[in-house]
Design a binder for this molecule. Structure first.
Ligand SMILES: *[C@@H]1O[C@H](CO)[C@@H](O)[C@H](O)[C@H]1NC(C)=O
Length: 366
């Protein structure tokens, strides 16, 4: 006969083992396998990446590029380069560990010396033309898709849907700047265990390939969320690169003041203004689309986003930022595109017409 004390010992032993196991499991929240196993069966919807219905046209861009004023651009870059540098603001997420080990993240120096943190790399190069595309409802029915896609480098915000709206917003994406809220939303779904929702989250990631940059990393949760997204991307063999900034964009206090001439109420620039400032440090010529904070345009209502029914909350700071974009457009520092993109097709057909005439002339000569 087995003594009751053996039951007690066995029971306690089992309980203890469970507790130890649970603790160990909890101690490794960054273990990629944990997420990886759960997502392995999911394949991303690659259709979005393949179907490119808007045709980028170099001739359109050649015409639009004439617009800019090099000296005025340089003057603005002098300001924005005080706040942004791709070497420290867009770092490969695969370099995160070495960055934490070797670098002081506030000063961006090596821990052991005062030298700049040179052990991390950036996927960003220098680009001649960039489109910075906001998510404003002003893009609906704009027909700007082909013009946006004609840029060398296309930057978007917060992983928006593009496929369904490609005529208006284009289908190419090279960099997506993502805020903390959106990072959490995507990573929560990827970890939810709900196959259908996981699949649609992966499809959302697949719609805007290129690089994903989480811009608010002061919260350790954000790093964990980028890790979750990075793992899902790798498990599903997607080509998207993940990246992080050495310091959260919000810490760039003073950018708003330096560009606009007074402090913002919240003390920091919006994602849109930060994205423009970052882009201006590695792009020669920037066109901005989808940045329009007012609820009407030429007497017609403008939705807040081009892709949902969210209502407007006109922010004073955003209206000031919009005034800045208008001013920069006047100074030919950027092209601030509001309303329809009629120009592109007109220029295109004009050029085509000229080309046909030349061909005819050629025929005549021969
Ligand atoms: C930008 O992204 C498109 C696809 O969305 C790609 O074809 C192109 O090569 C990328 N450009 C650069 C400069 O990385």
């Amino acid at each position: 006969m087995i003594k009751p004390s053996i039951y007690v010992t066995a029971f306690c032993g089992l309980g203890l083992a469970t507790i130890v196991l649970l603790c160990v499991y909890d101690m490794i929240p960054m273990n990629p396998l944990k997420i990886g196993r759960r997502l392995k069966l999911i394949m991303p919807d690659r259709q979005h990446q393949r179907s490119q219905t808007t045709v980028p046209d170099k001739r359109v861009m050649a015409k639009l590029e004439v617009y800019f004023d090099k000296q005025n651009i340089r003057n603005i870059q002098k300001i924005t380069k005080r706040y942004f540098d791709p070497k420290k603001d867009v770092i490969y997420f695969s370099d995160f560990k070495i960055f934490m080990q070797k670098c002081d993240h506030l000063k961006f120096t090596l821990r052991k010396s005062k030298k700049t943190c040179n052990v991390v790399r950036t996927p960003i190069k220098h680009y001649r033309t960039c489109a910075v595309v906001g998510n404003g409802g002003i893009l609906l029915h704009s027909g700007c898709g082909a013009e946006i896609d004609a840029h060398e480098f296309v930057i978007r915000c917060n992983l928006p849907p593009v496929h369904k709206y490609r005529r208006d917003v284009g289908s190419r994406t090279n960099l997506t700047i993502v805020n903390g809220k959106r990072l959490k939303q995507i990573s929560d779904v990827l970890q939810s265990g709900d196959f259908k929702r996981q699949k649609s989250a992966l499809a959302e990631l697949g719609e805007t390939p290129g690089m994903i940059l989480g811009h608010s990393i002061q919260d350790p949760d954000n790093i964990r969320e980028i890790q979750v997204i990075d793992t899902a991307i790798k498990e599903n063999k997607m080509s998207t690169i993940t990246a992080f900034p050495s310091n959260s964009f919000k810490e760039n206090k003073g950018l708003y003041l330096d560009l606009i001439g007074r402090m913002a109420r919240g003390n920091f620039a919006s994602t849109g203004l930060n994205t423009f400032a970052l882009a201006s440090t590695f792009c020669d010529k920037i066109s901005m689309y989808g940045f329009y904070p007012m609820s009407t345009y030429r007497g017609k209502p403008v939705p807040y986003h081009y892709y949902d029914k969210r209502t407007h909350s006109e922010s004073h700071d955003l209206i000031e930022e919009n005034e800045l974009f208008k001013r920069l457009d006047d100074q030919k520092v950027i092209r601030h595109v509001v309303g329809k993109c009629k120009d592109a097709p007109t220029i295109q057909s004009a050029l085509e017409g000229a080309w046909m005439k030349l061909q005819k002339l050629g025929e005549l000569v021969i």
